[in-house]
Design a protein around this ligand. Structure first.
Ligand code: ZN
Length: 502
């Protein structure tokens, strides 16, 4: 009798166990901020096979799971999405810099520069074979297409234009859109007709255009935005790293935002991203005139237009807060300001730019932005947060931007509530990109997810030590796998190359 009873108990237990659905992971008692902007609510989250399958109260009793995390006292949010980042996938597949600040998806192929991909499946398999850690979404670069087709300074010929349209169409099968870099060679050679024809192709394939504007100097900014808005008649447009170089104040920011809001009212889909630092970072060619940016043009200008070039560089650098506000970040110049380098050479900084550095000779950080203006922009509607950083560039934004959003902009300065801040780096960028399975915590979404206590988040990178990983994101999950836990990277290669849902 005893034996029978035991058997009965066992069967009853098995029936209960069989009745419970199984999952890979249950996160218990998290304070869930779901990425829509709604306030936090206490809930359990059930994850199976890389996706969120249920969110609700007391779910841990209703599911059997291989792993459990007690998230009492922690926020659960979607993994952050970085709309504008840099990195070379042929060299870099880990991106610890972004994962440590909570970014689980980054968008590459920016500023007009991207790989030209012939066979997408082979390209993707090669990268995944090397173990990609975060997810990556790609843009195709307008400048790279132009260079690939051998289009030089002139407008493309009719055949070249058709070839570029075909190349763009090919890439839009797996890229989220086209990026332009109109302040760089060769993007700066493109005029309205070329850009609008390409915008039509982008729009016809439900893509978007992300643009590094033609000129970010305050006096040229409105015209540069207008140029992009003209393309917005054909496709959604997005201003990458929106900034005003040497513009100042809250009011100026308000004017710029109003311009975007008015365009939206007129039916143009326009959005933007901003990184939360007051220095930009790019090649030193940014300081040189259009007629002296390439190696060949520069050689000619140095020989034949030296006085004019020297004068241009002097005015340009002074308008950008002077040589002390340019911090060189590459090669033998790393860590020196242009002013310091000029002192070392005992020459005027413009002569140092011409004779020592040259337009291709360095990259640097430029302290050209105003905090009141940039922080007002970052609060704008339809304005997301990006890093514009890379694992290697000598600027803290690639390691700190998203941690700084939480630590400084939200908790210290109070620019956002936590749900608003989280929305700006999850639900908003997902909707801008058209990502339908990420950016929110809800059933059916990919399990890109963070667990953290906001007060523990620290952006440790600074201009002198820009490659310090951020701290405080206790768990970073990419497609359901724990990639980072308490400062340790625990897992390799659960990132995906994302493709558009269209
Ligand atoms: Zn850029």
């Amino acid at each position: 009798m005893r034996r029978v009873f035991g058997l009965l108990l066992c069967t009853a237990w098995m029936q209960t166990a069989l009745a419970l659905p199984t999952a890979d992971l249950v996160i218990r008692q998290a304070s869930v901020i779901d990425g829509t902007g709604q306030p936090a609510r206490l809930a359990d989250i059930v994850i199976n096979q890389g996706s969120i399958v249920a969110i609700g109260s007391e779910l841990s009793r209703q599911w059997q799971s291989t792993h459990t995390i007690d998230a009492t006292g922690m926020l659960a949010t979607p993994g952050f999405i970085d709309l504008h980042a840099h990195g070379n996938l042929q060299r870099e597949v880990q991106f610890k810099n972004v994962l440590a600040m909570g970014v689980t998806t980054l968008v590459l192929g920016q500023d007009g520069a991207s790989p030209i991909i012939d066979d997408f499946a082979a390209w993707r398999d090669d990268i995944l074979g090397r173990g990609l850690w975060p997810n990556v979404a790609m843009f195709v670069g307008h400048g790279s297409m132009r260079a690939h087709l051998g289009i030089e300074k002139d407008a493309p010929s009719a055949e070249q234009m058709q070839a570029m349209e075909a190349l763009l169409q090919h890439h839009l099968a797996f890229c989220f859109g086209m990026s332009t870099g109109l302040e760089y060679v060769p993007g700066l050679f493109a005029q309205a007709e070329e850009l609008e024809r390409l915008a039509k192709v982008v729009g016809d394939h439900q893509g978007m255009i992300a643009s590094h504007l033609r000129n970010e100097d305050d006096e040229a900014l409105d015209a540069s935005i207008d140029e992009l808005l003209a393309q917005g008649r054909f496709a959604p447009v997005h201003i990458s790293h929106l900034k005003s170089v040497y513009g100042k104040g809250n009011e100026r920011a308000q004017q710029l935002l109003s311009k975007l809001y008015q365009a939206r009212e007129a039916g143009i889909r326009v959005t933007a991203d901003v990184y939360p630092y007051m220095a930009s970072y790019t090649g030193i060619a940014i300081l040189f005139p259009d007629w002296a940016k390439t190696t060949a043009d520069f050689a000619h200008a140095r020989e034949h237009r030296r006085a004019e070039l020297r004068d241009y560089l002097t005015r340009k650098v002074n308008s950008r807060n002077g040589p002390d506000a340019t911090l060189l970040g590459t090669g033998e110049f790393k860590g020196k300001t242009l002013e310091k380098l000029a002192l070392e050479h005992n020459r005027h900084f413009a002569d140092v730019l011409i004779d020592v550095i040259g337009p291709q000779g360095a990259a640097g950080a430029y302290f050209v932005m105003d905090e009141a203006l940039q922080y007002r922009l970052i609060q704008g509607e339809g304005v997301a947060i990006s890093s514009d950083g890379s694992p290697g560039s000598y600027h803290p934004r690639g390691y700190g931007s998203f941690a700084k959003l939480i630590e400084i902009l939200t908790l210290e300065k109070g620019l956002f509530s936590l749900p608003e801040a989280i929305y700006k780096v999850t639900g908003l960028p997902a909707s801008i990109l058209g990502l339908t399975d990420r950016g929110l915590l809800k059933p059916g979404m990919a399990a890109d997810l963070l667990l953290f206590e906001p007060t523990e988040v620290r952006a440790l990178a600074n201009y002198l030590d820009p490659h310090q990983l951020a701290m405080g994101f206790r768990y970073v999950l990419v497609n359901g796998e724990v990639t980072l836990h308490d400062g340790q990277f625990t897992r390799r290669g659960s990132g995906k190359i994302l493709t558009p849902a269209r």
